[in-house]
Design a protein around this ligand. Structure first.
Ligand code: F0G
Length: 409
């Protein structure tokens, strides 16, 4: 039997794996712990004999052989070497880990397969989340797969159309809140225990267990640990998850070093970057966060303490980028490399560009940017301003003239 438990990251109190809790009694964040020392038979060779997806690394996941797991074949996403984009950034050895290739088009699926598997094991009667959009889409799909009732709550004014469409189509009950994501999460959190529903936001430590596999995959694909791993930061779960993955690989002897974690936020929603940059003791929430990258339009990230540990322990970096920089990076990813990402995902690339320009990232080292979500999720006309299509009448001469002039441009 694998020894698995939940532990507070602050006071280190422990709880049984089957206790439903989203925070320690002391108020600290919980993480899932696996007795890594007791695991045997872990090797890259063994992993590589299996299919390339989240479950390839089964020993490092908190389940037993024979447990029934819920899957839509998540993970196993491409790692693209990007020379043209690298040149634009000034980076020599630059890669994109393209999480937009997951079943619902974002990295959330890595965590949701584990979260929903856990929900089934616990026998909960329903699941819920607050979401800027992607968590809702992912939870909706996995609860459909597992046949568990699902309620999601999203901010009405800012949720991206594609994500809302996904959640509805997968059969979730969708609530649109006239308010922010932070308000949505605080409200849903207050009612879940009362009504007996299981919360699957990233405050739920089981989600993080699935999301940590991105670190395993990057190392597996690259054949080494990169020097830097950059990703967009919203509710601060994913940077902590990836860091947990890198640390665990080192503990079990799969690797002998770790990368520096690089967290990027948008200027209008940057409480975590401000916390790190200003060396604050505690997070100062942003009351009215605002950015075109609606996925990370978050003013009060609940996992900030885990993310802070990730940046500190990894000797990491943070940066904030403007909406204009995000849009530019999104266009560059698409037009230079054919990689279609949503604005939040492009923030990681915009941030790396800035950090290279400032001399904070060594451009000669290997850099991996995690692009967290697919371009198709957010068909916002603002994003293609100045690139609008040419509207024409069905006239042969007109079409011929336009074709000729476009080719000669
Ligand atoms: N990138 C994308 C595309 C996201 O959807 C999110 C978070 C993040 C980055 C940030 O990750 O929150 O773990 O720091 N989206 C959540 C949601 C909040 O509801 O879909 P984080």
């Amino acid at each position: 039997m694998k020894k698995v438990w939940q532990e507070c990251i602050e006071c280190h109190s422990t709880y049984d794996a089957d206790v439903i809790k989203y925070k320690c009694d002391c108020g600290g964040l919980l993480e899932v712990r696996i007795d890594l020392e007791s695991l045997d038979g872990i090797s890259w060779e063994r992993f590589r004999s299996r299919s390339f997806n989240v479950w390839r690394y089964f020993e490092l996941l908190p389940f037993e052989v024979g447990d029934s797991t819920v899957s839509l074949y998540e993970g196993g996403t491409p790692l693209y070497k990007c020379e043209r984009l690298g040149k634009w950034l000034g980076a020599k050895d630059f890669y994109i880990k393209y999480e937009g290739m997951n079943p619902t088009g974002s990295f959330k699926d890595r965590g949701m397969c584990v979260g929903i598997t856990k929900a089934l094991k616990l026998g909960v009667k329903g699941v819920a989340c607050a979401s800027t959009g992607n968590t809702a889409a992912s939870l909706a799909a996995y609860s459909a797969r597992a046949r568990i009732p699902c309620i999601v709550i999203v901010p009405k004014q800012t949720v991206a159309l594609g994500k809302l469409f996904q959640a509805i189509m997968y059969g979730a009950k969708v609530i649109r809140l006239d308010g922010t994501f932070d308000e949505a999460l605080s409200l849903v959190w207050k009612v879940v225990d009362e009504v007996g529903i299981y919360l699957l936001n990233s405050i739920n430590p089981w989600r993080i267990e699935g999301q940590k596999t991105v670190a395993f995959e990057i190392t597996d694909q690259l054949g080494k640990v990169p020097r830097y791993v950059a990703l967009p930061v919203g509710n601060c779960g994913n940077i902590a998850a990836a860091w947990k993955g890198f640390k665990e690989m080192e503990v079990v002897g799969l690797t002998d070093c770790v990368p520096s974690m690089v967290g990027i936020q948008s200027e209008g929603a940057s409480p975590f970057v401000d916390l790190v940059k200003n060396g604050l003791e505690t997070l100062r929430p942003v009351e009215a966060p605002n950015t075109i990258a609606s996925a990370i339009r978050i003013g009060k990230p609940v996992n900030w303490k885990k993310a802070l540990l990730a940046v500190k322990e990894s000797n990491g970096l943070v940066a904030k980028v403007s909406d204009a920089e995000i849009i530019e990076a999104q266009r560059m990813l698409a037009s230079l490399e054919g990689i279609g990402v949503e604005p939040a995902a492009a923030a990681s690339v915009a941030g790396v560009k800035k950090l290279i320009e400032n001399g904070e990232i060594d451009a000669d080292e290997t850099i991996v940017c995690i692009c967290t979500g697919n371009m198709l999720k957010d068909p916002n006309p603002e994003l293609i301003k100045g690139l609008e299509p040419i509207d024409v009448a069905p006239d042969l001469d007109l079409i011929r003239n336009i074709f000729t002039s476009l080719l000669n441009q």
